[in-house]
Structure formats: C-alpha cells, structure tokens
Ligand binder design. Structure first.
Ligand SMILES: C[S@@+](CC[C@H](N)C(=O)[O-])C[C@H]1O[C@@H](n2cnc3c(N)ncnc32)[C@H](O)[C@@H]1O
Length: 343
C-alpha cells in the first residue's frame, strides 16, 4: 500500500502542543513549581497542598515527560527554565505574565466571532488603548522585559553612545518604563521622561521610585497622539506603540522626529507585519482575538517604513551583537545622513 501524499503529522503535532500548553497553565495555576526547587516527592507535595497524591503523581510525570520537570528516584525537581520562570519565588517569575497574555490573546470566542462578526462599538471606536488592560500589562512586563528585550536594547545602544554621554531619553508609551530605567542605570549621566496614559503611569512611577531614580526619570502623563511629548531628546524608545496610532501613524512619527535633536536616535520595536497580514505568525495570531472583537490597528512593516521615511528617518545598520537576542531586538533610526555615536 502506498503512503498518503502528505502526512497528518502537522495536525497531530498541533494537538500535542495544545495538550502541553494546558499542562503548563495547570502547573502554573496549581503552583506545583513552587515546591520543586529541590528534589521532592509527589507524596510530600500532596501533604503540603492537599492535592490527590495519585493524580498529582500522574500530573508530575506528564510535566516531566514534556520537559518542565526532571525526575529521578521518584523525586521531581524543576528544570532550570521552570525554576527561573515558573517558581513564584524567582525574581524572573513569568507565570502571571503568561496567564495574563493567554487570557488577553485567548481564542475561546473565535468561532462565535467568525459567525457573528465584531462588536460594533469596538469597531467604531477602534481605540486599542481602550480595549486592553495596559495597567496590568505594565506591571507584568516589568519582569518580562528583563528576560532578554532590555538586554538586547542596551547592547545595541552601547554601540551608539559613550557610557558617559549625558543623554536625554524618552520612553514613549513606556508601560512599565523598564527600558528607560535600565538605560539610565547603564548610562549614569542619562536622564529623561517616561510618557504613559494617566491610567497606567502610576506603574512606572512606582518602579522609578523603587529604584530611587526620581531625580533622573520623570513621568509625563497624557495621550501621545494629542498631548505634547516634550523635545530635545537624544533617544526616543518606541517599543510596541505604533499600532496605537491607528490611522494617524504619520502624525506620530512626525511628532517623534520633531521631539528628537537633529543627531538623535529612535529605537523602534514593531511587529514587522507583512502586507498580506500572514506573517509573522506570532503577531498575526496574537492580535487575532482583538481584531475579531473589532479592532483594526495592526500596522504593516511597509506602512511603518513609509511613515518613518516621510518623517525624515533613516534605518541604521547595527553590527551583529554578542549576546543580543536578535528576535527581541528593535531597530535604530536616525535623521542624520551619516551614522556614528551619540555624544
Ligand atoms: C504594548 S504596550 C508597550 C509597553 C512598553 N513600551 C513595552 O515595550 O513593554 C503599549 C503601551 O502604549 C501605551 N499607549 C497606547 N496608546 C497610548 C496613547 N495614546 N498615549 C499614551 N500611551 C499610550 C499603553 O498604555 C501601553 O503601555
């Protein structure tokens, strides 16, 4: 008998991935990773939590099978990644962030929305900043941003600026403000502004205070589309914000260009969405729930490039960086004709 022309492996793999994802979230919710810094038996965890020992054993075996736990001699312990990101006692704990992101981008309603269409009110308003809980997101990303994103940004910035440069920076729609906070920690003479909507700005304000950086970072509250954002900045960080300009992208890029000094830089993190809206799949699928609900704000890469060019920006070539995670790195733009360092 001939093999079929194509294998169904892809679908079975997707099913398996779905099951593994369910196990991950069950593990986070049951907080089992909190008990597994060191070798521990299912019996011990069951006695501490009241969970059913038999079923807990089955569950832990499955977590070990999918590579979240290690098992030896009937004892379980976290893998290094699980210990770093899934144990609540870790300073890099991401369980809350993953759970929030799962809810925010969840597709439980996909069938209904495809059948019935979007919410007319969301469709009419088309305001991303009204739809998402950015306050909660900002609190949760304070940790996430330090798991690679900010390091990649700082490594790239170190190529452009002298360590002792007295730079003035703006973190526009900064969320947690962690990009700006870590930047001024790395550049001891740098100072600047974190700009956020009023309902979110308390989060970076608290984080700045926790780091005792109030004398170097001020919080500006407002709507970056309609309110002044300040000027004379040497560096503007625009990470994950351009989609919220909706149809007014050119206005926002022009506003950013005007707020920069002539030799200033823009650090841009965007989704690099293709014109046909099918790539990258992480962004297309991640935004699907809000688009089905009625939003239509995701900007394509070419739209963004057009708006940046018409505002006078040019993309800079940054040399490959040791230790930077390329997929997490944004791009630098300048208004200058020549490239060089900020000083
Ligand atoms: C996807 S988050 C990115 C946050 C942060 N830059 C980061 O990379 O983690 C977008 C941020 O832009 C802010 N934002 C969206 N629209 C805004 C507006 N019109 N004015 C001010 N902030 C806005 C949101 O409150 C949110 O914190």
């Amino acid at each position: 008998m001939e093999y079929p022309t194509h294998s169904p492996r892809k679908f079975l793999g997707m099913l398996q991935q779905y099951r593994e994802t369910q196990l991950l979230f069950a593990g986070i919710s049951l907080k089992v990773f909190d008990f597994l810094k060191h070798d521990t038996s299912a019996e011990k965890i069951a006695s501490l939590t009241g969970y059913d020992e038999r079923n807990l054993t089955l569950f832990l075996n499955s977590l070990a099978a999918i590579g979240l736990l290690e098992k030896s001699n009937h004892q379980y312990r976290n893998t290094p990644e699980a210990e770093l990101y899934l144990n609540q006692s870790s300073s890099s704990y991401l369980g809350g962030y993953l759970t929030f992101w799962n809810q925010m981008t969840g597709l439980d309603q996909v069938e209904e929305l495809v059948r019935l269409g979007p919410d007319p009110a969301i469709l009419k308003q088309n305001e991303g900043k009204e739809l998402f809980d950015f306050c909660k997101l900002a609190r949760l990303t304070a940790v996430e941003v330090r798991t690679g994103r900010v390091q990649s940004f700082l490594r790239a910035a170190a190529q452009l600026a002298e360590p002792a440069a007295p730079l003035r920076i703006l973190d526009l729609g900064g969320g947690s403000g962690m990009m700006a906070i870590e930047f001024v920690r790395q550049f001891p003479l740098a100072s600047g502004v974190i700009f956020e909507q009023p309902g979110v700005a308390d989060v970076p304000e608290e984080l700045v205070a926790e780091e005792h950086l109030e004398h170097r970072l001020t919080i500006m509250r407002g709507d970056f589309m309609t309110d002044p954002i300040g000027n004379n900045y040497d560096l503007i960080i625009a990470s994950g914000i351009l989609d919220f300009a909706s149809a007014n992208l050119k206005e926002l890029t022009t506003k950013m260009a005007q707020a920069l000094t002539p030799s200033g830089y823009l650090y841009l993190v965007s989704h690099k969405v293709s014109d046909d809206y099918i790539a990258p799949k992480k962004s297309i699928v991640g935004w699907l729930s809000s688009h089905l609900a009625g939003l239509d704000i995701l900007q394509t890469r070419s739209n963004i490039e057009l708006a940046l060019t018409s505002a006078g920006f040019r993309k800079m070539e940054i040399k490959p960086l040791d230790g930077a995670i390329q997929s997490l790195m944004g791009e630098f733009y300048t208004k200058r004709h020549i490239t060089g360092g900020i000083s």
